[in-house]
Write a protein that binds this ligand. Sequence first.
Ligand SMILES: [Zn+2]
Length: 531
Amino acid sequence: MSKHAPSHVFCSWPLYLIGVIILMCPFSIYAEGKTPQTSISYDLWIKGGTIVDGLGKKPFKGDILIRNDTIEFLGTPPRNSAIKASHVIDAKDKMVTPGFIDIHTHFDGPSSENPEDIALANFLSMGVTTINIGQCGDSPAGTDDLRAWLEQIERQKPGVNLLTFVGHNTIREKTGVGLRKTPSTSELEAMKNLLRKGLDAGAFGLSFGLEYEPGKFSEKEEWLALAKVVGRKGSVMSHLRNEDDDRLESSMKEFLTLTQVTNAHISHLKSVYGKGEKRGQEILAILNNARKQGFRVTADTYPYTASATTINILFPDWVNSANVDEMKKSRREELLTYIRTKVTKRNGPAATLFTEIKKFPNFVGKTLDDLAKDLKRPFEEVIVDEIGFSGASAVYFVMDEELQDVIARDPNVAIGSDGSPRSKHPRAFGTFAKFIRHFVVEKNYLTLEEAVRKVTGLPSTILGLKDRGLLKERYKADILIFAPKNAKDRATYLSPQELATGFDYVILNGKIALRDGKIESRYGTVIKSDL
Ligand SMILES: [Zn+2]
């Protein structure tokens, strides 16, 4: 028997009963107690590491034997057993964990200018072996033919595994609902059909981007009708309507009404300008209360205190891409006051750092405050008259570390980088290394096994993955070998695209994808749901 089997519970039982039990459940005995086969040769033998299984169990010493893409043996082989393996990795003094699952990312496929994006090196280098794309309301590459898109990505051999959601904003656009508040009956049917088509192609659920166009115009009745199509086997994930501290609770509660019909997950849970541990606990209590009613409610977050998005996030609800010119004239004073107040609440113009700015490209890496001083104009006028509704992207230093750390430590909150290979925010290149460094190594907020569970077993359960996210026999061999103290995020706000370091091996589908920090080859695959 391997050390995981609860053999002690049988000790006081009569021997014949034990015999009956063994006869009755040959499967479980086989699963937990088998010894490595000596008649075959394994492809990879990870020898003598400390195994952190992804369930949160205490780490234990053991070996892992892999054949093809699968873990065939996990435990302590009997002494002197004649194991044959074509490749052996000595994992002594290292932790062996499941590959990390990044539950919230963005990827539209490689472009002709950047074909190397298919390597997804930013993810692989920080220990991520699976990414969840199609988030914040956007299907990958805005496609309404996910089957074809996924097939194409599969052929291009991605550098990590990927799975996707269907984007609500994408299906709203593709069915012609656009910026209108309520779809007609036939439009709603068309949206449901498009969603069904995406789920049939292997998507795991529906994602909302309720702070963006056109999703910001939609309402609960529409969401419920669509969430019913997803049902309880899948889930819905949402970028909430508003993350400002005074609007956060109502935004969360509005979205959580979908628990009536499906599993609800809040993406990049944060409070913009909220502060302190107590506030963090109040936010988590909303999720806990929903769980107490028996619903499956989860969230994810990233370990940074700046958000990153387009500049239109600073404009009021009543301004959109179609009416912005008209509003600039008819409600100018109101618009300027709104933006001045909003930016001031968001820690002022010095807390907005441009990552892209069409009209003033030399202000990338500088702040709104810098630009306003340079132009000698109030910052709200600079936004309205010089930058425009969709003229820039920025990172915004609007969060409080104490508050965000409380959220990140919650046992039902997973970690998502919200990153893409081209992202100009350090979270895309550093999230998982920083999570280990900050929460385990430096602050001791979490044990290693709990931190690992939050980035492996937990996201696997949230997504409904069947054979990834744990170190377990017959699971796919997505495995990391590393020493936690070596995990280093190197990306910063001014140099956001530095790859993370410290992972000795990243094994993907049974193959060595990264060794000593160097990427060897691309072994990712497309993971499909059976919704
Ligand atoms: Zn988002």
